[in-house]
Design a protein around this ligand. Structure first.
Ligand code: SAM
Ligand code: SF4
Ligand code: F3S
Length: 471
Protein backbone atom coordinates (compact mmCIF):
# COMPACT_ATOMS: atom_id res chain seq x y z
CA UNK A 1 0.00 0.00 0.00
CA UNK A 2 1.13 3.52 -0.78
CA UNK A 3 2.38 5.36 2.34
CA UNK A 4 -0.15 8.13 1.66
CA UNK A 5 -2.98 5.61 1.88
CA UNK A 6 -1.59 4.18 5.12
CA UNK A 7 -1.34 7.52 6.94
CA UNK A 8 -4.61 9.03 8.09
CA UNK A 9 -4.64 12.47 6.51
CA UNK A 10 -4.68 15.74 8.41
CA UNK A 11 -8.13 16.41 6.91
CA UNK A 12 -9.48 13.11 8.28
CA UNK A 13 -8.07 13.86 11.74
CA UNK A 14 -9.58 17.37 11.57
CA UNK A 15 -12.98 15.79 10.75
CA UNK A 16 -12.72 13.67 13.89
CA UNK A 17 -11.96 16.81 15.90
CA UNK A 18 -15.19 18.30 14.55
CA UNK A 19 -17.14 15.29 15.82
CA UNK A 20 -15.35 15.64 19.16
CA UNK A 21 -16.44 19.27 19.38
CA UNK A 22 -20.04 18.40 18.41
CA UNK A 23 -20.28 15.76 21.14
CA UNK A 24 -18.83 18.13 23.71
CA UNK A 25 -21.27 20.88 22.68
CA UNK A 26 -24.20 18.45 22.78
CA UNK A 27 -23.47 17.51 26.40
CA UNK A 28 -22.87 21.14 27.37
CA UNK A 29 -26.20 22.18 25.83
CA UNK A 30 -27.93 19.53 27.93
CA UNK A 31 -26.05 20.63 31.05
CA UNK A 32 -24.85 17.04 31.32
CA UNK A 33 -21.63 15.85 32.97
CA UNK A 34 -21.16 12.49 31.25
CA UNK A 35 -18.87 9.75 32.50
CA UNK A 36 -17.05 7.12 30.46
CA UNK A 37 -15.03 4.00 31.15
CA UNK A 38 -12.62 2.06 28.97
CA UNK A 39 -12.24 -1.47 30.33
CA UNK A 40 -9.21 -3.02 28.64
CA UNK A 41 -8.37 -6.73 28.38
CA UNK A 42 -5.37 -8.37 26.71
CA UNK A 43 -1.86 -7.28 25.85
CA UNK A 44 0.10 -4.04 26.23
CA UNK A 45 -0.81 -3.07 22.68
CA UNK A 46 -4.44 -3.09 23.76
CA UNK A 47 -3.56 -1.10 26.89
CA UNK A 48 -1.87 1.49 24.66
CA UNK A 49 -4.97 1.57 22.43
CA UNK A 50 -7.15 1.98 25.50
CA UNK A 51 -5.10 5.03 26.54
CA UNK A 52 -5.84 6.63 23.15
CA UNK A 53 -9.55 5.85 23.53
CA UNK A 54 -9.49 7.52 26.95
CA UNK A 55 -7.69 10.52 25.48
CA UNK A 56 -10.38 10.95 22.83
CA UNK A 57 -13.17 10.54 25.39
CA UNK A 58 -11.65 13.18 27.67
CA UNK A 59 -11.51 15.61 24.75
CA UNK A 60 -15.21 14.95 24.15
CA UNK A 61 -15.88 16.18 27.70
CA UNK A 62 -16.26 12.85 29.50
CA UNK A 63 -15.02 12.32 33.03
CA UNK A 64 -13.28 8.96 33.16
CA UNK A 65 -14.42 6.46 35.78
CA UNK A 66 -12.97 3.06 36.59
CA UNK A 67 -16.07 0.88 36.58
CA UNK A 68 -18.09 0.30 33.37
CA UNK A 69 -21.30 -0.16 35.43
CA UNK A 70 -21.03 3.46 36.66
CA UNK A 71 -20.34 4.97 33.25
CA UNK A 72 -22.76 6.69 30.86
CA UNK A 73 -20.58 5.36 28.03
CA UNK A 74 -18.83 2.04 28.68
CA UNK A 75 -16.30 0.68 26.23
CA UNK A 76 -15.02 -2.89 26.52
CA UNK A 77 -11.64 -3.02 24.75
CA UNK A 78 -11.31 -6.74 24.16
CA UNK A 79 -8.76 -9.49 23.47
CA UNK A 80 -9.31 -12.54 21.25
CA UNK A 81 -6.06 -14.43 21.75
CA UNK A 82 -7.53 -17.29 23.78
CA UNK A 83 -11.05 -18.59 24.35
CA UNK A 84 -10.91 -17.75 28.05
CA UNK A 85 -10.31 -14.05 27.25
CA UNK A 86 -13.45 -14.03 25.08
CA UNK A 87 -15.59 -15.83 27.65
CA UNK A 88 -14.72 -13.18 30.23
CA UNK A 89 -15.88 -10.41 27.91
CA UNK A 90 -19.22 -12.08 27.18
CA UNK A 91 -19.64 -12.49 30.94
CA UNK A 92 -18.96 -8.80 31.53
CA UNK A 93 -21.31 -7.81 28.71
CA UNK A 94 -24.06 -9.87 30.32
CA UNK A 95 -23.48 -8.06 33.63
CA UNK A 96 -23.71 -4.68 31.88
CA UNK A 97 -27.30 -5.43 30.78
CA UNK A 98 -28.39 -4.66 34.38
CA UNK A 99 -26.61 -1.29 34.33
CA UNK A 100 -28.33 -0.51 31.02
CA UNK A 101 -31.74 -1.34 32.49
CA UNK A 102 -31.05 1.11 35.32
CA UNK A 103 -29.75 3.76 32.91
CA UNK A 104 -31.45 3.27 29.49
CA UNK A 105 -29.50 6.17 28.01
CA UNK A 106 -26.25 4.33 28.67
CA UNK A 107 -24.10 3.62 25.61
CA UNK A 108 -22.28 0.27 25.54
CA UNK A 109 -19.50 -0.29 23.04
CA UNK A 110 -17.32 -3.29 22.23
CA UNK A 111 -14.00 -2.71 20.51
CA UNK A 112 -10.55 -4.29 20.24
CA UNK A 113 -9.57 -7.63 18.74
CA UNK A 114 -12.75 -9.60 19.49
CA UNK A 115 -14.89 -6.96 17.85
CA UNK A 116 -13.07 -7.58 14.56
CA UNK A 117 -14.02 -11.28 14.47
CA UNK A 118 -17.02 -11.78 12.17
CA UNK A 119 -18.48 -14.50 14.39
CA UNK A 120 -18.32 -12.19 17.43
CA UNK A 121 -19.93 -9.19 15.74
CA UNK A 122 -22.67 -11.50 14.37
CA UNK A 123 -23.31 -12.84 17.89
CA UNK A 124 -23.49 -9.31 19.31
CA UNK A 125 -25.87 -8.25 16.56
CA UNK A 126 -28.17 -11.18 17.27
CA UNK A 127 -27.98 -11.81 21.01
CA UNK A 128 -26.83 -8.56 22.65
CA UNK A 129 -29.31 -5.94 21.40
CA UNK A 130 -28.31 -3.48 24.13
CA UNK A 131 -24.77 -3.09 22.70
CA UNK A 132 -24.85 0.18 20.74
CA UNK A 133 -21.47 0.22 19.04
CA UNK A 134 -18.99 -2.39 17.80
CA UNK A 135 -15.71 -1.35 16.19
CA UNK A 136 -12.44 -3.11 15.43
CA UNK A 137 -8.87 -1.97 16.16
CA UNK A 138 -8.52 -0.51 12.65
CA UNK A 139 -11.41 1.90 13.32
CA UNK A 140 -10.11 3.17 16.69
CA UNK A 141 -9.16 6.63 15.42
CA UNK A 142 -12.76 7.16 14.23
CA UNK A 143 -14.24 6.87 17.74
CA UNK A 144 -15.62 10.47 17.75
CA UNK A 145 -17.50 9.94 14.47
CA UNK A 146 -18.80 6.51 15.50
CA UNK A 147 -20.04 7.77 18.87
CA UNK A 148 -21.68 10.77 17.20
CA UNK A 149 -23.58 8.39 14.90
CA UNK A 150 -24.79 6.46 17.95
CA UNK A 151 -25.88 9.58 19.85
CA UNK A 152 -27.54 11.18 16.85
CA UNK A 153 -29.33 8.23 15.30
CA UNK A 154 -29.76 6.05 18.42
CA UNK A 155 -29.22 3.20 15.96
CA UNK A 156 -26.70 0.44 16.47
CA UNK A 157 -23.39 1.08 14.68
CA UNK A 158 -21.01 -1.67 13.48
CA UNK A 159 -17.62 -0.63 12.06
CA UNK A 160 -15.87 -3.94 11.57
CA UNK A 161 -14.83 -3.99 7.92
CA UNK A 162 -11.88 -6.26 7.15
CA UNK A 163 -9.29 -3.50 6.55
CA UNK A 164 -5.49 -3.69 6.28
CA UNK A 165 -5.47 -0.73 8.71
CA UNK A 166 -4.01 2.75 8.72
CA UNK A 167 -1.80 4.89 10.97
CA UNK A 168 -3.20 7.87 12.84
CA UNK A 169 -0.74 10.26 14.48
CA UNK A 170 -1.62 12.95 17.00
CA UNK A 171 -4.45 11.17 18.81
CA UNK A 172 -4.81 12.38 22.40
CA UNK A 173 -3.74 10.02 25.16
CA UNK A 174 -4.40 9.50 28.86
CA UNK A 175 -1.54 7.76 30.66
CA UNK A 176 -2.32 6.74 34.22
CA UNK A 177 1.32 5.97 35.06
CA UNK A 178 3.81 8.83 34.99
CA UNK A 179 6.84 6.57 35.55
CA UNK A 180 6.31 3.95 32.82
CA UNK A 181 4.78 4.32 29.37
CA UNK A 182 3.87 2.18 26.34
CA UNK A 183 4.69 3.48 22.88
CA UNK A 184 3.47 1.58 19.81
CA UNK A 185 6.06 1.64 17.04
CA UNK A 186 4.03 -0.45 14.64
CA UNK A 187 0.61 -2.05 14.30
CA UNK A 188 -0.67 -5.28 12.76
CA UNK A 189 1.03 -8.56 11.97
CA UNK A 190 1.94 -10.33 8.72
CA UNK A 191 3.18 -13.58 10.21
CA UNK A 192 0.09 -15.76 10.38
CA UNK A 193 1.43 -18.22 12.94
CA UNK A 194 -1.10 -21.00 12.41
CA UNK A 195 -2.57 -20.86 15.95
CA UNK A 196 -2.92 -17.10 16.19
CA UNK A 197 -5.90 -14.82 15.58
CA UNK A 198 -3.95 -11.54 15.75
CA UNK A 199 -3.16 -11.10 12.01
CA UNK A 200 -6.87 -11.57 11.20
CA UNK A 201 -8.04 -8.90 13.61
CA UNK A 202 -5.21 -6.35 13.61
CA UNK A 203 -4.56 -5.95 9.90
CA UNK A 204 -1.24 -5.74 8.09
CA UNK A 205 2.07 -4.52 9.50
CA UNK A 206 2.49 -0.77 9.37
CA UNK A 207 5.35 1.14 10.97
CA UNK A 208 5.16 4.65 12.38
CA UNK A 209 7.66 7.14 11.05
CA UNK A 210 10.80 7.05 13.20
CA UNK A 211 10.54 10.81 13.76
CA UNK A 212 7.05 10.44 15.31
CA UNK A 213 8.24 7.67 17.65
CA UNK A 214 11.37 9.62 18.65
CA UNK A 215 9.35 12.77 19.38
CA UNK A 216 6.86 10.84 21.49
CA UNK A 217 9.68 9.24 23.52
CA UNK A 218 11.44 12.61 23.86
CA UNK A 219 8.24 14.14 25.27
CA UNK A 220 7.83 11.29 27.72
CA UNK A 221 11.42 11.55 28.95
CA UNK A 222 10.99 15.33 29.35
CA UNK A 223 7.85 14.77 31.43
CA UNK A 224 9.77 12.54 33.86
CA UNK A 225 8.90 9.13 32.47
CA UNK A 226 11.68 6.65 33.34
CA UNK A 227 10.77 3.48 31.47
CA UNK A 228 9.40 3.35 27.96
CA UNK A 229 8.38 0.09 26.31
CA UNK A 230 8.22 0.09 22.53
CA UNK A 231 5.42 -2.11 21.27
CA UNK A 232 4.67 -4.14 18.16
CA UNK A 233 3.58 -7.72 17.48
CA UNK A 234 7.00 -8.23 15.93
CA UNK A 235 9.16 -5.14 16.43
CA UNK A 236 11.94 -6.83 14.44
CA UNK A 237 10.01 -6.26 11.25
CA UNK A 238 9.73 -2.54 12.03
CA UNK A 239 10.53 -0.53 8.92
CA UNK A 240 9.93 -3.27 6.33
CA UNK A 241 7.05 -1.20 4.96
CA UNK A 242 8.83 2.17 5.18
CA UNK A 243 11.23 1.56 2.32
CA UNK A 244 13.72 4.09 3.67
CA UNK A 245 16.21 1.55 5.02
CA UNK A 246 15.40 2.30 8.68
CA UNK A 247 15.05 -0.91 10.68
CA UNK A 248 14.29 -1.51 14.36
CA UNK A 249 17.96 -1.37 15.39
CA UNK A 250 18.28 2.03 13.70
CA UNK A 251 15.17 3.21 15.55
CA UNK A 252 16.63 2.05 18.88
CA UNK A 253 19.85 3.86 18.09
CA UNK A 254 17.99 7.10 17.35
CA UNK A 255 15.92 6.89 20.51
CA UNK A 256 19.03 6.15 22.55
CA UNK A 257 20.45 9.55 21.58
CA UNK A 258 17.70 11.32 23.55
CA UNK A 259 19.48 12.64 26.65
CA UNK A 260 18.17 11.73 30.10
CA UNK A 261 18.00 8.98 32.69
CA UNK A 262 15.57 6.34 31.37
CA UNK A 263 15.30 2.76 30.20
CA UNK A 264 13.99 1.58 26.86
CA UNK A 265 12.40 -1.85 26.56
CA UNK A 266 10.60 -3.45 23.65
CA UNK A 267 8.29 -6.34 22.85
CA UNK A 268 7.70 -8.66 21.13
CA UNK A 269 10.57 -9.90 19.03
CA UNK A 270 10.08 -12.69 16.51
CA UNK A 271 13.11 -15.03 16.34
CA UNK A 272 12.85 -15.29 12.54
CA UNK A 273 13.74 -11.59 12.29
CA UNK A 274 16.10 -11.16 15.28
CA UNK A 275 19.61 -10.35 14.05
CA UNK A 276 23.14 -9.95 15.41
CA UNK A 277 22.71 -6.26 14.51
CA UNK A 278 19.86 -6.02 17.01
CA UNK A 279 21.97 -7.58 19.77
CA UNK A 280 25.01 -5.40 19.10
CA UNK A 281 22.77 -2.30 19.03
CA UNK A 282 21.19 -3.30 22.35
CA UNK A 283 24.65 -3.86 23.84
CA UNK A 284 25.89 -0.47 22.64
CA UNK A 285 22.88 1.69 23.57
CA UNK A 286 23.14 2.71 27.19
CA UNK A 287 19.41 3.43 27.61
CA UNK A 288 18.31 0.09 26.17
CA UNK A 289 17.68 -2.40 28.98
CA UNK A 290 19.64 -5.61 28.63
CA UNK A 291 16.49 -7.64 28.55
CA UNK A 292 14.97 -9.61 25.70
CA UNK A 293 11.54 -11.16 25.34
CA UNK A 294 12.02 -13.67 22.53
CA UNK A 295 9.04 -16.05 22.24
CA UNK A 296 10.00 -19.53 21.01
CA UNK A 297 6.56 -21.24 21.35
CA UNK A 298 7.92 -24.80 20.91
CA UNK A 299 11.23 -26.66 21.17
CA UNK A 300 10.32 -29.21 18.51
CA UNK A 301 11.02 -28.66 14.80
CA UNK A 302 7.94 -30.46 13.49
CA UNK A 303 5.67 -28.43 15.77
CA UNK A 304 7.50 -25.18 14.92
CA UNK A 305 6.92 -25.86 11.20
CA UNK A 306 3.24 -26.66 11.83
CA UNK A 307 3.00 -23.39 13.77
CA UNK A 308 4.48 -21.58 10.74
CA UNK A 309 7.13 -19.98 12.93
CA UNK A 310 9.86 -20.16 10.27
CA UNK A 311 12.84 -21.03 12.49
CA UNK A 312 14.15 -24.24 14.00
CA UNK A 313 15.13 -25.16 17.54
CA UNK A 314 18.81 -24.96 16.57
CA UNK A 315 18.37 -21.53 14.97
CA UNK A 316 16.67 -20.29 18.14
CA UNK A 317 19.48 -21.63 20.33
CA UNK A 318 22.02 -20.01 18.03
CA UNK A 319 20.26 -16.66 18.45
CA UNK A 320 20.37 -17.02 22.23
CA UNK A 321 24.11 -17.79 22.10
CA UNK A 322 24.66 -14.75 19.90
CA UNK A 323 22.57 -12.47 22.17
CA UNK A 324 24.40 -13.68 25.29
CA UNK A 325 27.78 -13.24 23.64
CA UNK A 326 26.87 -9.59 22.96
CA UNK A 327 25.29 -9.06 26.41
CA UNK A 328 26.55 -11.53 29.05
CA UNK A 329 24.20 -10.04 31.67
CA UNK A 330 21.11 -10.41 29.41
CA UNK A 331 17.80 -11.27 31.11
CA UNK A 332 15.76 -13.56 28.87
CA UNK A 333 12.03 -14.27 28.84
CA UNK A 334 9.80 -16.06 26.36
CA UNK A 335 6.30 -17.27 25.45
CA UNK A 336 5.49 -20.93 24.99
CA UNK A 337 2.45 -22.93 23.95
CA UNK A 338 1.77 -26.46 25.17
CA UNK A 339 -0.77 -28.72 23.45
CA UNK A 340 -0.64 -27.47 19.85
CA UNK A 341 -2.90 -29.79 17.77
CA UNK A 342 -1.14 -33.09 17.11
CA UNK A 343 1.66 -32.40 19.59
CA UNK A 344 2.88 -35.63 21.21
CA UNK A 345 4.29 -36.06 24.70
CA UNK A 346 7.81 -36.46 23.25
CA UNK A 347 7.39 -33.19 21.31
CA UNK A 348 6.13 -31.37 24.39
CA UNK A 349 9.16 -32.69 26.30
CA UNK A 350 11.39 -31.15 23.58
CA UNK A 351 9.93 -27.83 24.69
CA UNK A 352 10.76 -28.67 28.31
CA UNK A 353 14.31 -29.61 27.32
CA UNK A 354 14.75 -26.31 25.46
CA UNK A 355 13.66 -24.49 28.62
CA UNK A 356 16.32 -26.38 30.57
CA UNK A 357 18.94 -25.73 27.92
CA UNK A 358 18.36 -21.96 27.75
CA UNK A 359 17.56 -21.24 31.38
CA UNK A 360 15.05 -18.40 30.97
CA UNK A 361 14.60 -15.87 33.75
CA UNK A 362 10.82 -16.14 33.34
CA UNK A 363 8.34 -17.69 30.96
CA UNK A 364 4.78 -16.93 29.88
CA UNK A 365 3.23 -20.37 29.43
CA UNK A 366 -0.05 -21.01 27.61
CA UNK A 367 -2.20 -24.05 26.94
CA UNK A 368 -3.18 -24.06 23.28
CA UNK A 369 -6.62 -22.58 22.71
CA UNK A 370 -8.27 -23.17 19.31
CA UNK A 371 -9.17 -19.92 17.53
CA UNK A 372 -11.88 -20.35 14.91
CA UNK A 373 -10.68 -19.07 11.54
CA UNK A 374 -7.03 -20.00 12.08
CA UNK A 375 -5.38 -22.90 10.28
CA UNK A 376 -4.47 -24.77 13.47
CA UNK A 377 -8.13 -24.85 14.54
CA UNK A 378 -8.79 -27.19 11.58
CA UNK A 379 -6.09 -29.71 12.59
CA UNK A 380 -6.86 -32.99 14.38
CA UNK A 381 -6.15 -32.62 18.09
CA UNK A 382 -6.07 -36.11 19.60
CA UNK A 383 -4.25 -35.44 22.91
CA UNK A 384 -6.55 -35.25 25.92
CA UNK A 385 -6.89 -32.14 28.07
CA UNK A 386 -5.51 -34.14 31.02
CA UNK A 387 -2.36 -35.12 29.09
CA UNK A 388 -1.77 -31.53 27.96
CA UNK A 389 -2.25 -30.30 31.52
CA UNK A 390 0.33 -32.84 32.73
CA UNK A 391 2.90 -31.64 30.16
CA UNK A 392 2.10 -28.07 31.09
CA UNK A 393 2.63 -28.79 34.80
CA UNK A 394 5.99 -30.43 34.03
CA UNK A 395 7.06 -27.36 32.09
CA UNK A 396 5.94 -25.03 34.85
CA UNK A 397 7.78 -27.00 37.53
CA UNK A 398 11.02 -26.82 35.52
CA UNK A 399 10.64 -23.09 34.87
CA UNK A 400 9.72 -22.30 38.47
CA UNK A 401 12.91 -23.99 39.61
CA UNK A 402 14.93 -21.90 37.14
CA UNK A 403 13.19 -18.66 38.12
CA UNK A 404 13.81 -19.34 41.80
CA UNK A 405 17.48 -20.19 41.13
CA UNK A 406 18.02 -17.12 38.94
CA UNK A 407 16.42 -14.89 41.57
CA UNK A 408 18.45 -16.45 44.40
CA UNK A 409 21.65 -15.50 42.56
CA UNK A 410 20.79 -11.81 43.11
CA UNK A 411 20.80 -12.16 46.91
CA UNK A 412 23.70 -10.27 48.45
CA UNK A 413 24.19 -7.99 45.45
CA UNK A 414 23.30 -4.33 44.99
CA UNK A 415 21.36 -3.51 41.83
CA UNK A 416 20.00 -0.39 40.21
CA UNK A 417 16.20 -0.39 40.21
CA UNK A 418 13.42 1.87 39.04
CA UNK A 419 10.91 2.42 41.83
CA UNK A 420 7.59 2.41 40.01
CA UNK A 421 4.93 2.42 42.73
CA UNK A 422 3.59 1.07 45.97
CA UNK A 423 3.34 -2.65 46.63
CA UNK A 424 0.61 -4.55 48.49
CA UNK A 425 3.14 -5.97 50.97
CA UNK A 426 3.26 -3.84 54.16
CA UNK A 427 6.77 -5.15 54.99
CA UNK A 428 8.08 -4.10 51.58
CA UNK A 429 5.93 -1.09 50.70
CA UNK A 430 7.57 -0.22 47.37
CA UNK A 431 7.53 -1.98 44.04
CA UNK A 432 10.50 -1.67 41.71
CA UNK A 433 12.04 -3.28 38.63
CA UNK A 434 15.61 -4.18 37.81
CA UNK A 435 17.04 -3.36 34.39
CA UNK A 436 16.15 -6.94 33.42
CA UNK A 437 12.53 -6.24 34.48
CA UNK A 438 12.63 -8.49 37.55
CA UNK A 439 10.14 -7.44 40.21
CA UNK A 440 11.70 -6.14 43.45
CA UNK A 441 9.71 -5.62 46.61
CA UNK A 442 11.51 -2.88 48.41
CA UNK A 443 11.83 -1.21 51.82
CA UNK A 444 12.13 2.54 51.52
CA UNK A 445 10.27 5.85 51.53
CA UNK A 446 7.49 6.73 49.10
CA UNK A 447 9.46 9.74 47.92
CA UNK A 448 11.56 7.30 45.89
CA UNK A 449 8.63 6.49 43.57
CA UNK A 450 9.50 7.61 40.07
CA UNK A 451 13.25 7.52 40.54
CA UNK A 452 16.15 5.13 40.13
CA UNK A 453 17.60 3.75 43.36
CA UNK A 454 20.26 1.38 44.59
CA UNK A 455 18.76 -1.74 46.13
CA UNK A 456 20.54 -4.29 48.30
CA UNK A 457 18.88 -7.62 47.55
CA UNK A 458 18.35 -9.62 50.73
CA UNK A 459 15.82 -12.27 49.72
CA UNK A 460 14.02 -13.89 46.80
CA UNK A 461 11.47 -16.43 45.68
CA UNK A 462 10.20 -17.71 42.30
CA UNK A 463 8.37 -14.49 41.47
CA UNK A 464 10.22 -11.62 43.10
CA UNK A 465 13.33 -10.22 44.75
CA UNK A 466 13.26 -8.50 48.16
CA UNK A 467 15.53 -5.69 49.19
CA UNK A 468 16.35 -2.45 50.98
CA UNK A 469 17.24 0.85 49.41
CA UNK A 470 20.64 2.32 50.06
CA UNK A 471 19.72 5.90 50.86
N1 SAM B 1 3.54 -11.32 18.49
C1 SAM B 1 4.05 -11.98 19.62
C2 SAM B 1 5.02 -13.05 19.17
O1 SAM B 1 4.85 -13.63 18.12
O2 SAM B 1 5.87 -13.33 19.95
C3 SAM B 1 2.99 -12.66 20.43
C4 SAM B 1 1.73 -12.01 20.61
S1 SAM B 1 0.47 -13.05 21.24
C5 SAM B 1 -0.64 -11.82 21.52
C6 SAM B 1 1.10 -13.49 22.84
C7 SAM B 1 1.29 -14.96 23.04
O3 SAM B 1 0.05 -15.60 23.11
C8 SAM B 1 2.00 -15.69 21.93
O4 SAM B 1 3.38 -15.54 21.99
C9 SAM B 1 1.59 -17.12 22.16
O5 SAM B 1 2.46 -17.77 23.04
C10 SAM B 1 0.22 -16.97 22.82
N2 SAM B 1 -0.87 -17.39 21.93
C11 SAM B 1 -1.24 -16.87 20.76
N3 SAM B 1 -2.27 -17.57 20.22
C12 SAM B 1 -2.54 -18.57 21.09
C13 SAM B 1 -3.47 -19.64 21.10
N4 SAM B 1 -4.32 -19.83 20.11
N5 SAM B 1 -3.48 -20.47 22.17
C14 SAM B 1 -2.61 -20.30 23.18
N6 SAM B 1 -1.70 -19.33 23.23
C15 SAM B 1 -1.65 -18.46 22.19
FE1 SF4 C 1 0.48 -14.01 16.44
FE2 SF4 C 1 2.65 -14.92 15.29
FE3 SF4 C 1 1.84 -12.46 14.77
FE4 SF4 C 1 2.84 -13.04 17.15
S1 SF4 C 1 3.95 -13.11 15.21
S2 SF4 C 1 0.99 -11.86 16.73
S3 SF4 C 1 2.12 -15.12 17.47
S4 SF4 C 1 0.80 -14.34 14.22
FE1 F3S D 1 -3.36 -8.27 22.14
FE2 F3S D 1 -5.27 -9.98 22.61
FE3 F3S D 1 -5.36 -8.49 20.48
S1 F3S D 1 -3.17 -10.28 23.04
S2 F3S D 1 -3.28 -8.03 19.94
S3 F3S D 1 -5.44 -7.79 22.60
S4 F3S D 1 -5.90 -10.60 20.56
Amino acid sequence: MDRKEVLVSGADIARQREFTAKIKAMFQARGAHPTACVDTFGCQQNVADGQRLMGMLEEMGFTLVSSPEEADTAILNTCAVREHAEDRVFGNLGALSHAKRANPEMVIALCGCMAQEPRVSARIKKSYPYVNLVFGPQALWKLPELLWQVYESRRRVFSVEDEPGRLAEGLPVVRDDSVRAWVSVMYGCNNFCSYCIVPYVRGRERSRDASCVVEEVRGLVASGCREITLLGQNVNSYGNDLQNGCDFSDLLEEIDRIPGDYWIRFMSSHPKDATPKLFSTMARCSHVAKQLHLPFQSGNDRVLAAMNRRYTRERYLELIRCARAAMPELVLTSDVIIGFPGETEAEAMDTVSLVREVGFDALFTFLYSPRPGTRAAELPDPASREDKQRWFDTLLAVQNEFSARKHAAYVGSTVRVLVDGKSDDPDYPLSARTEGNRLVRLRGGEKLIGSFASARISGSNTWALYGETEE
